[in-house]
Design a protein around this ligand. Structure first.
Ligand SMILES: Cc1cc2nc3c(=O)[nH]c(=O)nc-3n(C[C@H](O)[C@H](O)[C@H](O)COP(=O)(O)OP(=O)(O)OC[C@H]3O[C@@H](n4cnc5c(N)ncnc54)[C@H](O)[C@@H]3O)c2cc1C
Length: 556
């Protein structure tokens, strides 16, 4: 990763943690300390699991390889002093449906978690000067669609109503471990028009959007939203992604006050307050296996830690498999690891600015927290093709633009802004992934130049500093982002539901007794959902002879 300031080029910045506690300072654990659970890696999901297990009374030790915990959910100073940059994720949209937040199961507000709910939700300016804005208010959003097509405005309203009717089933399956609830298709079969939904889910997002909307701007908006989880919208079985806009019509795209990392900080505080210990700079390199059972881990610094009940991993399966003799895993597991596929990677530039982006709208300008550019449906349909060819496509690059300081002034010094510009590019370039180090600044420049066509106020004098993260940098920062995959790997039909991480091993219990897996390589996959974390807790608590319901009902 490189950081450039106005005063010149500053090389290889290590991410500077914010002046908030980040848990490398807590009570130090020694190998003789007794822990029930040892957790390898501190992404938000493993912290969610550890928080439930700690609440249940199990003493947890969390070992994070990086200097700061949180994985894809952390906030740090990447550009200049006083700027709080979300290193990866920002919007916690999907998390809002997790019972952990929805039913306030862990009381994370007591540990500092607070959400800001930006309105507008999302804004897309188009190359012809028109635009479509999603507001929290449905009628106002429908008016935006109606500017282009009254029929599409009605179609959007209908789509939302249909989605609402089935939403508890669609989302419910994400927050239940595989095998703990009836398969989605069986549940749908019992619903009125459930067979239509079976068909829709098996279709591609593009097929649904094309059938539902007649006008290109409306189609482009819907396609953009469907692509935020990085699956090509024309891939089979992406049908539910066509409903991404409908989903966020209700939930919005909330952001934690103070930064995305406020979530993982709150989880860490919860774990600590229940007697747990969190250590950073602890790279786990080996699983300790005794008499066929995983009983602890060994770190690169020579330290080792024992778990009396279980080891929980959020290490990428591609790396986990090398941490114990291969013959222990069994052929099915090895086959699943070997055939695991990456996804279209992310490319990120963080800026410190003196102005937010300003987009031209009727009567003036609009500065939303989240916006995106996508020229046309055709451009969205190029994602899979470019990724397969290993070619960086800088022609009208689709971008996501996030400026949290507009709604949360705590993110930047007074009157200044944090700006994050994200795009999607292949990790595997024809020249090899190392080529990213040569071209990343050029790609970052091209993205900014394109963005300036829509937000011309972002001139050089408004930009104080930048920090670039190529797909290769993302993997270096967090090896769980294998091959630049923000969701640890593709979330296609071959790697979803009972196929994640592979058939036969989707229930968080790994082939080695005493070893459990959570995180984005497990159901329901990546993004900030906390789903894999809560689901893993459900399975582990059941195996320990209790239940998540029992733990949630505990007062403390
Ligand atoms: C640029 C970017 C933007 C994103 N934006 C959003 C967004 O706005 N909204 C959203 O919902 N999602 C977003 N995502 C996706 C989201 O951040 C991730 O899918 C999610 O954070 C994954 O969480 P996780 O719990 O699976 O693990 P991770 O966050 O990947 O954490 C895994 C942790 O394990 C540690 N680790 C790995 N191996 C070892 C080892 N051997 N020893 C010790 N520690 C180890 C890593 O250092 C890391 O801290 C974004 C991702 C990226 C890259």
């Amino acid at each position: 990763m490189s950081r450039i300031t106005r005063r010149g080029f500053v090389k290889a910045a290590a991410i500077a943690p914010l002046a908030v506690k980040h848990f490398s300072l807590g009570p130090q654990a020694t190998p003789s300390d007794r822990f029930d659970i040892v957790v390898a890696g501190a992404g938000h999901n493993s912290l969610v699991t550890a928080a439930y297990l700690s609440k249940a009374g199990y003493r947890c030790l969390v070992l994070e390889g990086r200097p700061m915990l949180g994985g894809g959910v952390k906030t740090a100073q990447l550009t200049l002093k006083g700027f709080k940059d979300d290193v990866c994720s920002t919007a916690h949209t999907f998390l809002q449906d997790n019972p952990m937040i929805k039913n306030d199961e862990l009381k994370l507000g007591d540990y500092g978690l607070e959400y800001v709910d930006p309105d507008p939700v999302f804004h897309i300016p188009f190359p012809d000067g028109s635009y479509l804005t999603q507001w929290r208010d449905l009628d106002r959003t429908c008016e935006e669609f109606a500017k282009f097509s009254k029929k599409d405005a009605a179609a959007y309203r209908k789509m939302l109503a249909e989605f609402d009717a089935i939403k508890p089933i669609l989302l419910g399956t994400s927050f239940a471990p595989i095998g703990f609830a009836k398969p989605l298709n069986d549940q749908l079969a019992q619903q009125p028009r459930g067979k239509l939904w079976q068909r829709r889910i098996a279709m591609s997002a593009w097929e649904i959007i094309q059938d539902t909307f007649e006008e290109d701007h409306c189609r482009t908006f819907m396609l953009y939203m469907s692509h935020l989880s990085a699956e090509p919208p024309d891939a089979p079985v992406t049908g539910r992604l066509a409903y991404a806009t409908a989903r966020q019509q209700h939930s919005g795209r909330p952001i934690p006050k103070g930064g995305s990392g406020a979530l993982t900080q709150a989880l860490a505080r919860s774990i600590e307050s229940h007697g747990g210990v969190l250590l950073t700079n602890k790279w786990v390199q080996r699983l300790i296996v005794e008499n066929g059972k995983c009983t602890g881990v060994e770190c690169t610094d020579g330290s080792s830690y024992r778990a009396e009940k279980a080891v929980l991993s959020t290490i990428h399966i591609k790396h986990l498999v090398d941490m114990a003799p291969r013959e222990i895993w069994g052929q099915d597991f090895i086959d699943g690891v070997d055939t695991w596929q990456a996804e279209n990677a992310m490319f990120v530039t963080h800026y410190a600015t003196t102005e937010p982006p300003k987009y031209a709208v009727a009567g003036g300008t609009l500065s939303p927290v989240e916006s995106g550019v996508l020229a046309s449906p055709d451009r969205a349909l190029r994602f899979a093709y470019d990724d397969a060819r290993g070619v960086v496509n800088l022609e009208n690059p689709p971008l996501q633009i996030i400026c949290c300081s507009i709604a949360d002034p705590t993110r930047a010094p007074k009157g200044m802004h944090t700006l994050k510009v994200l795009g999607w590019q292949p990790y595997e370039l024809k020249e090899g992934p190392a080529h990213w180090d040569k071209i990343k600044n050029e790609v970052s420049d091209a993205n900014l130049n394109y963005l300036r066509r829509f937000a011309p106020n972002l001139t050089d004098d408004k930009i104080l500093a930048r920090f670039v993260e190529s797909p290769l940098d993302l993997e270096r920062m967090n090896p769980h982002f294998w091959h630049g995959s923000a969701h640890a790997g593709a979330q296609n039909a071959a790697q979803s539901g009972p196929m994640r991480p592979m058939p036969g091993w989707a229930q968080h219990r790994m082939p080695i007794a005493g070893l459990y897996q959570t995180g984005a390589t497990t159901h329901p996959g990546g993004s900030v959902t906390g789903g894999p974390g809560r689901n893993a807790a459900t399975v582990m608590l059941k195996d320990f002879g209790t239940s998540i319901e029992e733990v949630v009902s505990k007062k403390s």
